[in-house]
Design a binder for this molecule. Structure first.
Ligand SMILES: [Zn+2]
Length: 97
């Protein structure tokens, strides 16, 4: 179990929890983040290894989404079927050409 790291940004005193950051990362798959959200994400990732790893996985997933948008058409909330997950895992393992 990992500890929850909370980072308070200096500007607004807004607290980004890991859960919030994870949902922002997931959101970035389906919509463009605002400048404020991107900053919030970056500030948190600087101090949180766990979310950094999560964000890297999301980034890898985003490449798959761009390659195969049809897999995600019916699942905007990024809840993938087992079949889609298996396809993604295979695609991630395949050498990129
Ligand atoms: Zn975190």
């Amino acid at each position: 179990m990992h500890g929850t790291i909370v980072i308070e940004s200096e500007s607004a005193g807004h607290i980004s929890s890991c859960a919030e950051i994870m949902s922002l990362s997931s959101d970035s798959l389906t919509r463009a983040l605002t400048a404020g959200e991107r900053l919030q994400l970056r500030l948190h990732l600087m101090g949180c290894d766990w979310c950094t790893r999560y964000a890297q996985q999301v980034k890898a997933l985003r490449v798959v989404v761009q390659k195969h948008p049809e897999w995600f058409e019916a699942t905007p909330s990024v809840k993938l079927s087992a079949e889609a997950r298996a396809r993604i895992r295979r695609s991630l393992r395949a050498p990129s050409l």
